[in-house]
Design a protein around this ligand. Structure first.
Ligand SMILES: [Zn+2]
Length: 262
């Protein structure tokens, strides 16, 4: 559906907006989705060989190498117009809570603050033994032959440092999940962007908002057929739809010829 006046009014009247983002938003910055990240050098690997606690116990250098390779890809990428539009939207509404399933830091680099990371972050590793956070160097070491890299050691207990992402078989971080559900249940409007909506429990976040009486707007390249009384689909790349939406909302945030600066 097009962006209607009724939809714009929902944004203008909202006191609390939740923005919920998934892999589609990162993909527009050229960040490979989880499965796409298993092509090229990594094509013969299975996610179960790289993204589980058992995989890390079995071969920490292989798993660490993969995550450092992914972190390197993220650091080489830039926030796209969708990231920038979300950061700008936060300046336009009384309250905005940003919940992401992405493990990169592109929202933060676009200027968003207090981002709730449901699946952890490539940039927040911790000790596999004692769970204390570990500070990484700015520039990842290139994994040898593109693959293996010994993980650093914990400064406290000399344990191996693991990626700060949620692996298969692990719970989502409880505090982040709770904060996301609380925000979804309390918001007037939830914007779900670039997320397929199939991975639980995160997929139920838009549902919680809808049931609590909020307007829910989905932004995806494929039409999702959600259009209902309070649930809408905007079809297109997030980097096109969101700047359009901001421009139509109008305001004082330096919107020039479709581009803008947060
Ligand atoms: Zn430790």
């Amino acid at each position: 559906m097009p962006i209607t006046d009724a939809l714009l009014d929902s944004f203008r009247n909202a006191r609390h907006v939740v923005v919920f983002t998934g892999a589609g938003v990162s993909a527009e910055s050229g960040i490979p989705t989880f499965r796409d990240a298993l092509t090229g050098l990594w094509e013969r690997f299975d996610p179960a060989e790289l993204a589980t606690p058992d995989a890390f116990r079995r071969d920490p250098a292989l798993v660490w190498g993969w995550y450092e390779w992914r972190r390197m890809k993220v650091l080489q990428a830039q926030p796209n117009p969708a990231h920038l539009a979300i950061a700008a939207l936060a300046e336009r509404v009384p309250k905005l809570t940003l919940v992401t399933q992405n493990v990169d830091d592109l929202h933060e680099r676009a200027g968003s603050r207090d981002v709730i990371h449901l699946h952890g972050s490539l940039h927040a590793p911790r000790c596999f033994a004692c769970a204390r956070p570990h500070t990484l160097t700015e520039t990842p070491e290139e994994p040898a032959e593109g693959r293996r890299l010994e993980p650093p050691r914990c400064q406290h207990c000399n344990g191996l440092v693991r990626p700060g992402v949620v692996w298969f078989g692990e719970m989502l971080p409880e505090a982040a999940l709770q904060a996301a559900f609380d925000a979804a249940g309390a918001c007037d409007l939830l914007l779900s962007i670039g997320t397929s909506g199939v991975v639980q429990p995160a997929a139920s976040i838009p549902r919680v908002a809808l049931q609590a009486g909020a307007v829910v707007v989905h932004v995806n390249p494929q039409p999702a057929g959600h259009d209902g009384r309070r649930e809408f689909s905007l079809t297109g790349a997030a980097g096109g739809v969101l700047p359009d939406l901001l421009r139509m909302l109008g305001g004082r945030h330096g919107i020039i010829d479709g581009s803008f600066r947060p």
